[in-house]
Write a protein that binds this ligand. Structure first.
Ligand code: DI6
Ligand code: FE
Length: 407
């Protein structure tokens, strides 16, 4: 009979979808087990019949379904303004690329974000983060990328840090200064890349404002050579990298990310077998962003069968941003990953738990219900994990537990 400490909490009468690949059942499902939580972590998972008959701090969950907290590993959550008028232009036949070439697109949001105060950006971000917390998100990646100068990139990252201070959620901040060429460097993109490498990365890394460097390797973003300059600068400072790659064309960005042993290659609609093989060798996660695919009315889907065959972990994220994925729902992204890309519901669940944790370098501590992992746990009023993504908008969340505390 396991001994419990006075401060331990005991969660009984539940059905555990552990998402632990070493539990060989669908979703890593464990029936008839209980959770013991201690100091914000999972202390043990024990069979119900091996428990003490009573403990001061016991929660009976009446047989409910329990999963790890959800992880949204790719968002552009902090920005000013919106792009509804551009969206209407696109629906009247103007392409994303044309709008970008006219100084719209990312740069339109850059103007709005540069003009907004830090407090205004924080207030806008609060409404968005509330939605994700209500859906059960407990770890959230937030990128910069709508500043494109050191002051505004810092402003965005400071908003991300303030969100982490205020809300019961962990934030993983990413520097995406190489998101687009700002208007003031329109005729000299190489000099902007120099600014990113020699000013923005070192200054904001020195201030401890981000964990990884991201970039947009695409015809409307940066080419391979420019992307390599950014990754090389990050590598020189031992900063992990990731990339928006192969979204609208095949430039070889995924192979570049793999060459730098990047955390993740994101979008990857145009990824080829050479890129998949490279990702498999480097342990790079493929992050699927079906919201952008849907909103841009793309036709080319990511090579899911190749990713499966090479056992490349697939994560699923919202890519929440004003230009290509204005959907602040991870449940919807899970649904879209199944309906549009052909993932199974279990793959989508792995995509927002253990694979999303791996995309953020946290596979040893987050994204599974396993002893030693963080006690980020969601209790659902649902029979089966598939219900959560089958009916986005229903949100059967019963209780959200963040680091062992109900929130
Ligand atoms: N790819 C995307 O889909 C977003 N960023 C990126 O690199 C678009 C961001 C925007 O249009 O505001
Ligand atoms: Fe993105």
């Amino acid at each position: 009979m396991r001994q419990l400490l006075p401060d331990d909490t005991l969660w009984r009468n539940l059905r555990l979808a552990t998402l632990d690949p070493d539990v060989h059942t669908p979703y890593g499902m464990l029936e008839g087990h209980a959770l013991i939580l201690r100091n914000g972590h999972i202390q043990a998972i024990v069979p119900e019949d091996a428990l003490p008959t009573s403990h001061g701090n016991t929660h009976d969950l009446q047989g409910r379904l329990v999963t790890p907290g959800l992880i949204d590993c790719h968002t552009h959550l902090v920005f000013g303004g919106n792009r509804a008028s551009e969206w209407e232009q696109r629906l009247n036949g103007v392409s994303y690329q044309q709008i970008s070439a006219q100084g719209g697109g990312i740069n339109a949001t850059v103007m709005a974000t540069r003009a907004a105060t830090e407090d205004a950006l924080f207030s806008l971000a609060q409404q968005r983060i509330d939605n994700l917390i209500r859906e059960g998100v407990t770890l959230l990646e937030i990128k910069s990328g709508y500043g494109l100068n050191v002051a505004t990139e810092e402003k965005i990252l400071r908003v991300a840090a303030r969100l982490a201070d205020k809300y019961p959620i962990e934030i993983s901040p990413t520097l995406l200064a190489a998101h687009a060429v700002p208007v003031e460097y329109r005729d000299d993109p190489e000099s902007y890349i120099t600014q990113v490498c020699e000013v923005i990365i070192p200054q904001l890394w020195e201030k401890g404002l981000f964990e990884a460097v991201d970039l947009f390797c695409e015809s409307v973003g940066f080419n391979l050579e420019q992307s390599e300059r950014v990754f090389s600068a990050a590598q020189a400072a031992n900063i992990p990298v990731k990339g928006h790659v192969e979204q609208l064309s095949l430039l070889g960005g995924a192979q570049l990310v793999s060459r730098y042993r990047g955390l993740s290659a994101d979008h990857i609609e145009y990824l080829d077998e050479a890129g998949v093989a490279a990702m498999s060798r480097s342990g790079t996660v493929g992050v699927l962003l079906p919201g952008a695919f849907y909103f841009l009315r793309e036709k080319q889907t990511p090579p899911i069968d190749l990713l499966r065959r090479y056992q490349v972990p697939m994560a699923v994220a919202t890519d929440f941003n004003p230009g290509t994925s204005p959907f602040i729902s991870l449940h919807l992204a899970m649904n879209m990953a199944c309906v549009q890309f052909g993932l199974t519901p279990e793959e989508a669940w792995a995509g927002v738990t253990r694979h999303a944790a791996q995309a953020l370098g946290r596979q040893a501590t987050h994204g599974q219900l396993k002893p030693g992992y963080v006690a980020d746990i969601i209790v659902w009023d649902a029979e089966h994990p598939a219900e959560i993504l089958y009916e986005p908008g229903r949100n059967p969340l019963y209780q959200r537990i963040y680091r062992g505390q109900r929130t």
